[in-house]
Design a binder for this molecule. Structure first.
Ligand code: DC
Length: 205
């Protein structure tokens, strides 16, 4: 059983995917963290502008244990992740790892941008979690403890545009995804909506 959870930045997909995995007793993978690790490695290898060669080398030799979660969560790393994520060789290097993770028993929940479209096109349930730009920027601002709403909004819009417009594995809902708009939902309501969608789609399988 594979549950794919995709969507733009700060829509709540990480929270939803984690809660679903816990509830269902499934494995959970935050695939954005893999791209963040590659982005951070490329920054450390030489910074701006990011070298594609450094990013590709980092993706091919990725050691997830070598990165602290706290290093991955800032906006500089998020922007670098979005940049390296547009490099086809980086995506190819991370694909096998994600697919192997998804095959684990009794099931797996993966969150990202292209899980339902490219990584696991045969996922049993596909959710596309979204929210208005303003709501997503407010949430990210709170999460980061950032002072400036406008710069957080600008960063999110730049990242969404890059993630949606790249030629390889762009951020788009799979044709068979259930759309969950969390703009007017609190955390518990969003998780409940996702759980309902999973249960409804499991019927008859
Ligand atoms: O989910 P996140 O914000 O941690 O992801 C960081 C960046 O990684 C995101 O802007 C685009 C990229 N990404 C991707 O291209 N494909 C994925 N499956 C997950 C993340």
């Amino acid at each position: 059983m594979i549950v794919a959870v995709d969507g733009p930045a700060a829509a709540g997909k990480g929270t939803i995917a984690r809660a679903l995995a816990k509830h269902l007793g499934y494995h959970f993978l935050d695939t954005g963290a893999l791209y963040r690790m590659v982005g951070l490695a490329a920054l450390r290898a030489g910074g701006a502008p990011i070298s594609a060669a450094a990013a590709i080398a980092a993706a091919r030799t990725l050691d997830p244990g070598a990165f602290a979660d706290s290093d991955l969560r800032n906006e500089m790393v998020a922007a670098a992740a979005s940049e390296v994520a547009a490099i086809p060789e980086v995506r190819a290097a991370l694909l096998a790892l994600q697919r192997a993770f998804a095959r684990q028993k009794p099931g797996a929940v993966l969150d990202g941008r292209d899980i339902g479209t490219v990584v696991c096109p045969d996922a049993d349930v596909k959710l596309f979690v979204t929210a208005s730009q303003e709501v997503r920027a407010r949430r990210r601002q709170q999460e980061l403890g950032a002072a400036d709403y406008e710069s957080v909004l600008a960063e999110i819009l730049t990242r969404d545009a890059r993630d949606s417009q790249r030629p390889v594995s762009p951020l788009i809902p799979a044709a068979d995804a259930v759309i969950i708009d969390t703009s007017d939902l609190d955390r518990d309501q969003a998780v409940a909506a996702a759980l309902r969608a999973v249960m409804a789609n499991r019927v008859g399988r």
